[in-house]
Structures are given as C-alpha cells and as structure tokens.
Design a protein around this ligand. Structure first.
Ligand code: NAD
Length: 453
C-alpha cells in the first residue's frame, strides 16, 4: 500500500499528469478498456445482484462514456488560467487563478452502482490531473474483480490503480496520507472517513445517503407522478441513493395514489420475481429490509424469498414517523406512504429529519414549488420527476449536512479534484511608497482615499 502510494507521489511530482494531452489520452484508454470489456462487466454485475444488461448499460456504463466525452471536450476550458480584476490599490498588477491538481487521490466506492460510483470520480480526478487509488466496494465481489482486472491491464499503477478489500483494508488505506479523499457510501462510514481525513487535513468529498422524500400535492398530474415515482423507487430494487425513500401524499388523494401506484407496479412488471427485478445485495440487507415491513401496514406486496434475496415491491400505508421503516434510509423496494393536510405540515415533517440527498415534488402549483424550494434544504432534486437530475452533468451532484459535503459531475467533478491557486503578478517599474514605513499623516490621508476603491 505504502509503496504504491509513494510511487504515485513520485510520478505526480514529475508533473506528467499536468499535461492536458496526457489526461485526455488516459481518459481515452479508460473509455476503450470499458468498451472492450462490456461483456465481462455485464456478466460480473449479473452474477452479483442480477443486474440486467439493459440496466447496466443505461444506469452505469453510458453515464461513464458521457462523462469521459464531456471531460475530454471541456478540459481545455476547465484548465484555463482565469484572469480576474485587480483594483487600483495594486495597479499595475494583474491577477489570475490557476487550476492545479491536488496530487494523489483516494476514491472509495459504494456497491449499488458499482461501475458508475467507482469510475465517475476517477474520470473527474484524471481530468483534473491527479493520480488515483480506487477502492471499489467489496460487496459485489465479481464486479470488484472485473474493475481491478480492467485497471491493472490498462494503467501504470504509479498513475492509477485499484486496491480491493473490505473494512479492514479501507481503514488501513485511510491511515495513509492522500491529497484528496472522495467517498461514496453511508452517513455512518462517512463520519469514519471524515475523522480519518482530519488527521492529515485531507480535503474530502462525501457522497452520502439519507431519506429522500417525494411530496405529492392534490393538484399534480397523478398518472405521470405515480409512473415516475414507481420507476425511480424500484429501479435497482430500490437500492439507489437518490430513490424516493418515502411519499408524503395529500390526504384527499391518498386512496387514488395507493391504487394507481399498485397498478403501475404491476404494469411495469415489477410485481413478481422476474429477470427485470434485481436481488438485494446480501443477506444482511435482506434481513434488515424484511424487518421494516409491518404486515398490518402492507397495502401491496410484502412477499419475500430469502433464497433468491427477493423482496416484492411493497407499498406500506398508514405509516407514521415512529415506525421502523422511517428510522433509517430504506435502500430497498419498500415504499411507505404518509399523508399530510397542508403543505406547511409536509415541509415540517421533512425538516424534522436530517437534510436529505434528494427531494421530489409533484405539483402544478408555482406557489408550492417556490415554497418547497425555499423552505426545504436538500442536496439536489426534481419537480415532477425522480432520479433524472443525476443525468444532467450541468447540475452539481451532492448532498448537504448528513447527506454529504461537496459535489461532482461535469465541471463540479473537475473542481472537486482541483485546487484553485490565486496569484498576483506585479511588475517592478512602479512602487508607490504610500504603504511603507514610516507612516505620516499625509500617507494616512492618501491611504484612506485609496482604500475606498
Ligand atoms: P458503506 O458506507 O457501507 O460502504 C462504502 C465504502 O466504505 C465501501 O467501499 C466499504 O468497503 C467502505 N467501508 C464500509 N465500512 C467501513 C468502515 N467501517 N471503515 C472504513 N470503510 C468502510 O455504503 P454502501 O452500503 O456501499 O452504500 C450504501 C450507502 O451509500 C447508502 O447510504 C447510499 O445512500 C449511499 N450512497 C450514496 C451515493 C451518493 O452519490 N450520494 C451513491 C450511492 C450510495
């Protein structure tokens, strides 16, 4: 571990990664390697939790190809030295900001979108001119092995390498000195990472989770709202950090909402164990989830199969904020439905929990839109939509408070791995004596005048 990190530091110190063409070339190598290994990547993720080729391409690989394309195209603009105004006080100086890479970066990935969550931060780190140690999640073992194989076959470990391992190995990695740590995972482990980073004052980006609400008002387009909530919730068997965790629905449309949600689950073929529906990642999560389902509160679903780690998409009704399902992020195919009577009540309920990673609002009312956006703090979200905001690279992606710190995607990703070095560049042909000692009443007068500008 130490040897590889030292090798990366030595390589970084050669300044090779600062060359734009080097970065573009490495991104191209990654793109080519992923494309050539698509068969292996599909096979591995299907073995791990039955993720289909369709889902693997649309929610993982295609996003990475888009990221690489965008970074290769925009890198010239992102790395440009930015001139800023200087002001009369420092005339005739010029001032500029130089984006510079941070150095040796550690990327720790989560398991639920294992390719996307491992490689998307790596793409940003490479575009910004860093070297990278990637620690993918150990839970999907075949996927982690595939990631490791691809990286080892295509990259010099002194530039980009993979270190596989679980909790113990990650904790050992966290004891090393890095110039940036980018972590995706739970709030609980996020705190461990933050504490370890503090030891070396290492900057961090923490992409965490939380309970993301979907608020459904009485004057929404119910048919489309239900369709988009069902898709966003049950995609990846609910194992999506930005899935709507629970629904707050206006009391007047509760029954319609429940019935239409049930029908939508059936029509999107989510209702029965089939090839379109993913497994729960492991037994631990399967048990955690099944304990959340209170049989008397099931409106639809509730079937489980421990052998195949299958949980039927489940709607729960008459749920209260004290129920087990509301005590932690669900991260599975269970949808609690809670009613509210006024929008103020809905907002207060959301605000009684830690700030969520996402928030979704379904309404036609501009007044309600403005009120919710003004009064609820959340990482990012969407109006009359779920999940899709993640696909717009122009929207920085990240949490706030317990759902994370910092953000990435597109230029925000480049910035997450960059230090912006500020420089004032002053010629020597003019050197007014006003600031130098000894100070006189006249100089003070002059200084007062200058400092107005
Ligand atoms: P996790 O926190 O258990 O694991 C994430 C990583 O941390 C893994 O690589 C794991 O090896 C490592 N790790 C686990 N325990 C550790 C410990 N004690 N010390 C040091 N390292 C440790 O998270 P997970 O189960 O992989 O992912 C689920 C969570 O991640 C959910 O909360 C979800 O919302 C969140 N998530 C967030 C995003 C986002 O972009 N914000 C994306 C996906 C998942």
């Amino acid at each position: 571990m130490k040897q590889i990190i030292n090798a990366q530091r030595n390589f970084f110190n050669t300044h090779a990664t600062k060359n734009i063409h080097f970065r573009r070339k490495q991104l191209k190598i990654l793109e080519k390697a992923l494309k050539q290994s698509e068969g292996l990547l599909h096979e591995a993720i299907y073995k791990d939790f039955k993720k289909s080729e369709f889902d693997n391409y649309s929610t993982e690989l295609s996003l990475l190809y888009k990221d690489i394309k965008e970074a290769r195209k925009m890198i010239f603009k992102w790395t440009r030295k930015e001139k800023v105004s200087t002001g009369i006080l420092n005339f005739p100086a010029s001032s500029y900001i130089i984006p510079e890479p941070l150095g040796v970066c550690l990327v720790i990935g989560a398991w639920n979108y294992p390719y996307q969550l491992s490689f998307a931060p790596v793409i940003a780190a490479i575009a910004a001119g860093n070297t990278v140690v990637l620690k993918p999640s150990e839970l999907p073992a075949n996927t982690a092995a595939a990631i490791s194989k691809i990286v080892k076959e295509n990259f010099d470990p002194a530039f980009f390498t993979v270190m596989e391992g679980g909790v113990e190995e990650t904790q050992e990695l966290l004891k090393q000195k890095f110039d940036k740590i980018f972590f995706t995972g739970s709030t609980k482990v996020g705190k461990i990472v933050y504490k370890a980073a503090a030891e070396n004052l290492t900057p961090v980006t923490l992409e965490l989770g939380g309970k993301s609400p979907a608020i459904v008002t009485e004057n929404c387009n119910l048919k489309i709202s239900v369709k988009r909530i069902v898709w966003g919730k049950f995609l990846n068997a609910g194992q999506t950090c930005i899935a709507p965790d629970y629904v707050l629905v206006h009391k007047s449309i509760e029954q319609q909402f429940l019935e239409q949600t049930k029908q939508e689950i059936i029509s999107q073929h989510f209702a029965f164990e089939n090839d379109n529906f993913l497994q729960i990642i492991n037994n631990g999560n399967f048990e955690r989830l099944t304990k959340m389902i209170q049989p008397e509160k099931i409106y639809f679903g509730g079937e489980t199969n421990a052998e195949t780690r299958y949980i039927q998409p489940t709607i729960m009704q008459n749920v209260s904020f004290d129920d087990p399902v509301m005590q932690e992020e669900i991260f599975g195919p269970i949808l609690p439905v809670i009613t509210y009577e006024t929008i103020e009540e809905a907002i207060a309920k959301v605000n009684s929990l830690p700030k969520p990673l996402s928030c979704y609002l379904f309404t036609k009312s501009n007044f309600v839109k403005k009120k919710v956006l003004n009064e609820i703090s959340f990482g990012g979200g969407a109006i009359n939509e779920t999940v899709m905001h993640i696909t717009n690279a122009n929207l920085p992606f990240g949490g706030v408070g317990f759902s994370g710190t910092g953000n990435y995607h597109g230029e925000a990703g480049f910035k997450a791995f960059t230090h912006f070095k500020s420089v004032m560049d002053k010629p020597t042909w003019l050197d007014p004596s006003i600031r130098y000692y000894p100070h006189t009443p006249f100089r003070l007068k002059l200084m007062r005048w200058f400092l107005k500008f």
